[in-house]
Design a binder for this molecule. Structure first.
Ligand SMILES: C[S@@+](CC[C@H](N)C(=O)[O-])C[C@H]1O[C@@H](n2cnc3c(N)ncnc32)[C@H](O)[C@@H]1O
Length: 253
């Protein structure tokens, strides 16, 4: 699962993850994790730290190879199966833009946002180099971003729901932004399935700026968040037990 923590790329953090968690030390970790929860009350600080973290690793991230190319290609293909040429699409947490750029030829327009200005800079450079016109990159958090309700055909949130302070709030926002029958494509590391102890490790890693904000939940908790928000699960796939969970959820007509 650690491999899918930061996406389908092999993260440099693995050594950190491997270094820290020994089952015996959970109690110690639990004790020192407490003070860190205070941070959620000051979301401004969380956002700044998060943006700084992603700005710092953007260059390295853009050079990282895709860990499971076959799984990535399958996710692209399944997503394209839902696209039509007249569709308006949003991708949030677009990173260096590879996926948005790949999907652009299959839809009318893609707006891709990210908290990191460095990621957006790299993404814009790629789109300019390929002369892609129906794509726009914008620096924004998903919380600060807004479009009129019911104005989007599709929303992509790839390798990001586990990095958000409050995924339910964002899932509800996505449902509002979608037209009836619109769909939400996600690929998410559900660390609660096999790395529950990470709940104690992550706040320390975030506090030390070694990790971004990471939330630990299970696949069934993610599915419950989507269905409770009014989505129907239309497609669900997990390449391997320890891989990210790929879901296409539809907003009822
Ligand atoms: C693991 S990367 C995934 C990037 C891309 N979707 C991919 O699959 O490679 C997570 C991305 O989400 C961005 N991000 C983190 N928190 C965010 C937020 N609250 N709003 C928008 N983007 C955010 C980060 O800057 C980073 O580019």
């Amino acid at each position: 699962m650690a491999g899918s923590l930061l996406r389908h790329k092999q993260p440099p953090l693995l050594s950190l993850l491997r270094a820290n968690p020994k089952p015996g030390s959970q109690e110690g970790l639990r004790k020192c994790a407490q003070p860190l929860t205070f941070r959620s009350a000051t979301s401004g600080v969380v956002v700044d730290r998060s943006a700084k973290f992603w700005d710092k690793i953007a260059e390295r991230y853009s050079k990282q190879p895709i860990a499971d190319e076959a799984a990535y290609q399958k996710k692209l293909q399944v997503t394209r199966g839902y696209f039509r040429p007249d569709m308006e699409v949003l991708e949030f947490g677009c990173g260096t833009g590879s996926t948005a750029i790949t999907h652009a030829p299959y839809v009318k327009h893609i707006l891709a946002i990210d908290i990191s200005s460095k990621m957006i800079e790299i993404a814009q450079g790629k789109a300019d180099a390929e002369d892609i016109e129906n794509i726009a990159f914008q620096r924004s958090t998903i919380d600060a971003f807004s479009v009129p309700d019911g104005s989007l055909d599709a929303v992509l949130g790839l390798s990001i729901l586990h990095l958000l302070d409050n995924k339910e709030r964002v899932i509800n926002k996505v449902r509002k932004m979608l037209k009836p029958g619109g769909f939400f494509v996600t690929s998410t590391a559900c660390l609660g399935d096999s790395m529950k102890y990470f709940k104690f490790v992550a706040p320390i890693g975030t506090f030390l700026s070694l990790l971004p904000l990471v939330k630990v939940f299970t696949t069934s908790e993610l599915v419950a968040s989507l269905t409770e928000a009014g989505f129907e699960i239309d497609y669900q796939w997990q390449p391997r037990k320890d891989a990210a969970v790929f879901i296409v959820a539809k907003k009822a007509q």
